[in-house]
Design a binder for this molecule. Structure first.
Ligand code: AR6
Length: 179
């Protein structure tokens, strides 16, 4: 699914975030210590080069929930990785506000670095337990509300790992755009 909103193109696809070679940057669903975890984070570290990414992240850690930092992409096909920390659902409260901030700060950091194309995973919806439908509302609302003010970003692509997650994001996007 692809729509125009504000000044950007917003895409939803099913796929692997670590194989988006046309994107300048991708967002990692990170933890506060910026260490290599499982999920998309593990995949990003492996494809970037574990040693290089660990060293770069160690210099920036720890960071608070809802914030974001940037590193090189090393061996990834992307120039940059933006590491954003979403909330652990119902542990980091208010979870909705922390998730909104994670998306907001990742987008703002991309703008500061003049990044034109950025890929996201569904932050917090794996190991951190955030229900995908609720996370989609928070993420898509934040993108749509910032979209008129984004100058550098032209393309934001959300890469969903599972078809059922894609369906939930697509339904949510359709209903937000028609309301
Ligand atoms: N491409 C796109 N999405 C993916 C991929 C992939 N290759 N692999 C998994 N997903 P998670 P979180 C989806 O658990 O919930 C790590 O240990 C997955 O299906 O990666 O924010 C970190 O270090 C889910 O929808 O991140 C933290 O400690 C989404 O990515 C913690 O997990 C996010 O799931 C962060 O947990």
């Amino acid at each position: 699914m692809r729509v125009q909103t504000g000044r950007i193109t917003l895409e939803l696809i099913v796929g692997d975030l670590t194989r988006q070679s046309d994107l300048e940057a991708i967002v990692n669903a990170a933890n506060n210590n910026l260490t290599m975890g499982g999920g998309v984070c593990g995949a990003i570290f492996r494809r970037a080069g574990i040693h290089e990414m660990r060293e770069a992240c160690a210099k920036l850690a720890p960071i608070p929930t809802g914030s974001a930092v940037i590193t090189e992409g090393f061996s990834l096909p992307n120039r940059y990785v933006i590491h954003a920390v979403g909330p652990i659902y119902r542990v980091d409260e208010p979870s909705e506000e922390f998730l909104r901030r994670a998306w907001n700060n990742a987008l703002m950091l991309a703008e500061e670095h003049n990044i034109r194309s950025l890929g996201f995973p569904a932050i917090s919806t794996g190991i951190y337990g955030y229900p995908v439908g609720e996370a989609a509302q928070v993420a898509l609302r934040e993108i749509i509300s910032l979209a008129p003010y984004l100058w550098s970003l032209k393309l934001v692509r959300i890469v969903l790992h599972k078809l059922e997650d894609y369906d939930l994001f697509a339904q949510t996007l359709s209903s937000l755009l028609s309301s």
